[in-house]
Design a protein around this ligand. Structure first.
Ligand code: ZN
Length: 118
């Protein structure tokens, strides 16, 4: 499958995630979606990312700012509801709060991050 086709599947699933979030008491604003190699290099150098193989470089990842009761939150247990839903939408979807999908809060956490890992 072409990258462009995967990007369109990803974008459609992001729409589903946004809708699900609003149905379940969350509000969202967009953080980053597409990212340049230059920006990714800065994130790796400053420890905000651990890879130069980020799916943001392929237009297959989005970071959301998640609000509950008008408050911005990075609470893992709270946002896990969205991560769990995200992973039901496609077998290649991963949530940054649980990269290895082991259902526990471990390793490098990137709670606002939702991606399709091709
Ligand atoms: Zn991200």
């Amino acid at each position: 499958m072409k990258l462009s086709e995967q990007q369109r599947i990803f974008t459609r699933n992001i729409a589903r995630l946004v809708y699900y979030a609003y149905q379940n008491g969350f509000e969202l604003t967009f953080g980053e979606a597409f990212r340049t190699n230059e920006q990714q290099m800065i994130y790796v150098q400053t420890g905000k990312s651990q890879t130069m193989n980020s799916n943001h470089l392929k237009r297959l990842a989005v970071d959301f700012n998640v609000f509950v009761n008008n408050q911005l939150t990075y609470d893992w247990e709270c946002i896990k509801i969205l991560g769990d839903y995200w992973e039901t939408l496609h077998h290649k979807n991963r949530w940054g709060g649980d990269w290895n999908n082991n259902e526990i809060k471990d390793g490098f956490l990137d709670v606002p991050h939702f991606e399709m890992n091709i």
